[in-house]
Structure formats: structure tokens, C-alpha cells
Ligand binder design. Structure first.
Ligand SMILES: [Zn+2]
Ligand SMILES: [Zn+2]
Length: 303
């Protein structure tokens, strides 16, 4: 339902245009996500997994903090804006060679944490022994969504390393220099799909990029996958934190979560989406398909 704005709020929103793009806060993006995962893990049926992912996300922040600040060249920005193309395209990760070094640092930090389950120790060893070409191939499959070639066990770690690199670059951008794309459903910074959307405290809805953590504005009551306005509905489970809804679309048969900050100030797109898998089950049983994966949970190919 549309919220009726008081007249002074209307005047303010006319005076101040809606920020089209919100870039990630390099100093806090993963710290906030880890804290939210820990918070949601309390009394949660998947608390073990959520706490492990919180450890991975905390390691992401530590590795990001230790990286030198990124920069994006002026001519790349100008070229992307002129062609209305993402400035940090996902299919260009080979240019960002450091992603494998970041992965090694993530594995190192996790390996020394005291309460690491034995299964993870094996997984980290496997990741460290994977040849560079095989890692690049897995990254390719993850970034372009070739799900049948993704290994669900290693995917969250590879994705975590790629997120660190892209978030570092995205945080160095100036939002005013990023042109909107012709396709509203993909990230204007990197061209990836959003993990979920968040209605911020000011009532505006933003899609949250699963890779670079940029957020871009999209009007509400519209399918974030196919742009349809008819046949969009919301389903939810009363007990879930954060005002998590599934926005279902009868036009394309797809759903994506939408989080309401007014219900819970702490909502975080990746964490709240992950912790609300019960809602995925409910909506899946009703016949809708998930629009795109959570970067920390990849379905197995046969699933
Ligand atoms: Zn992005
Ligand atoms: Zn749709």
C-alpha cells in the first residue's frame, strides 16, 4: 500500500531529488553484515551456518581494511558513461588479478580461527590447492550465473573474495559520474543482479548488488526482475525479523525479497535474505522461482 506523505515531506522530496545510487561504505560494509548475521543467528534453526558466514564476512572486512584504496581511471569512467555500460563489468575480472590473492588471505585468516569446523578446514585446504586457471573458471561461472558449473561448497568463499575486490573499487567511485543503465534490473556499477531490495527509512526502495554492494533506486510496487507493475504481490512469515517480504510476480513467475527498514533498523540485504530461507521454501512451494542466488548460499546444480 502506498504511504501518504505529509505535505512538508512532499516539499522536501521535491526539493531534494532521490539519490539514484548509494555506493558502499568501505570502512563498515562487511562489519555491519557480520554483526547482522550474528544477531539473526540467535535461536535460528540455521544458527551454525549463519555464524560461520559471519566469520567469513568478518574476514572480508579485515582483508579489505588491509588493502590499499582502489581507484578507477577517468577514461574508464568516461567510456562507461558514454556507452551506458557498467564501469566495473563482471565479465572483466581477469583484469583484477588480485582477487586470487584476496582469496588466499581470506583462507589464511579463517584457518587460524579457533572454532573452525573440520569440514571447513578441508575446504580451505582444497581452495588453497586449486590451480589459478580453475579458480578463474569458477569465478567466471559465478559471475555470469552459469549455475550448472558452480561448486556450491566453495562458491561462498570465491564470491567473498570477488566481493572484496569489487566493493573496494565501487567505494572509490563518485556516484555522480555513474550513468544509469538501460536495464533497470542490473547494478549500474558492475552489471550484476541484486540479492534483494531494501525500503530505506525515507520510504525509497533500493536494489542491493550481490557483488559490489552498491544500491540503486527502483520505484516500489514493480517487479525488480521484469519491470511489470501488474500481478506483483507480497508474501511473508510473521515470525521473521526485519520485515522481510517476498515480492512475487505473476508476469515472470519470479520472486525477490524486499526488506523494510521501518520494521527493523538493522536490516542488511545479504544477511536478512540468507536468514529468511524459510520464506524461500514457502514461495517456492507456491510455484515461484528465485530471481538470483544469495552470494553466501548457492543451490546445488541438481536442486
Ligand atoms: Zn554491483
Ligand atoms: Zn516479473
Amino acid at each position: 500500500m502506498q504511504r501518504v506523505l505529509p505535505s512538508d515531506e512532499i516539499a522536501r522530496s521535491v526539493a531534494q531529488p532521490i539519490p539514484r545510487l548509494r555506493l558502499p561504505d568501505r570502512a563498515a560494509v562487511f562489519t555491519r553484515r557480520a554483526a547482522r548475521l550474528d544477531q539473526l543467528a540467535t535461536d535460528h534453526p540455521l544458527s551454525g551456518y549463519l555464524r560461520l558466514m559471519a566469520a567469513l564476512v568478518r574476514a572480508q572486512q579485515a582483508v579489505l581494511d588491509a588493502l590499499p584504496p582502489s581507484s578507477v581511471a577517468d577514461d574508464e569512467l568516461a567510456r562507461a558513461a558514454a556507452h551506458r555500460m557498467p564501469v566495473l563489468p563482471v565479465n572483466d575480472h581477469r583484469r583484477h588479478r588480485e582477487w586470487q590473492a584476496v582469496l588466499a588471505q581470506l583462507c589464511e585468516r579463517l584457518a587460524i580461527s579457533a572454532d573452525l569446523p573440520p569440514a571447513w578446514a578441508d575446504l580451505l585446504l582444497r581452495l588453497r590447492q586449486m590451480p589459478a586457471a580453475a579458480l578463474d573458471e569458477q569465478a567466471d561461472s559465478l559471475l555470469v550465473g552459469r549455475m550448472e558449473r558452480v561448486d556450491p561448497a566453495t562458491a561462498p568463499f570465491l564470491m567473498a573474495a570477488l566481493q572484496v575486490c569489487w566493493t573496494s573499487l565501487a567505494a572509490a567511485l563518485d556516484a555522480a559520474r555513474i550513468a544509469p543503465l538501460d536495464v533497470p534490473g542490473v547494478c549500474p556499477v558492475c552489471g550484476s543482479l541484486p540479492v534483494a531490495s531494501i525500503v530505506r527509512g525515507d520510504g525509497h526502495r533500493y536494489l542491493h548488488c550481490a557483488l559490489c554492494a552498491a544500491e540503486w533506486h527502483l520505484v516500489r510496487a514493480k517487479c525488480s526482475h521484469c519491470d511489470a507493475v501488474e500481478g506483483v504481490a507480497y508474501r511473508f512469515i510473521e515470525q521473521l525479523a526485519g520485515g522481510v517480504r517476498a515480492e512475487t510476480c505473476d508476469h515472470c513467475g519470479v520472486y525477490r525479497k524486499i526488506l523494510l527498514q521501518e520494521k527493523d533498523q538493522q536490516v542488511e540485504a545479504v544477511a536478512d535474505d540468507l536468514a529468511s530461507v524459510a520464506l524461500d521454501v514457502l514461495v517456492g512451494e507456491a510455484g515461484y522461482h528465485r530471481a538470483s542466488a544469495n552470494p553466501l548460499l548457492w543451490p546445488s546444480a541438481e536442486g
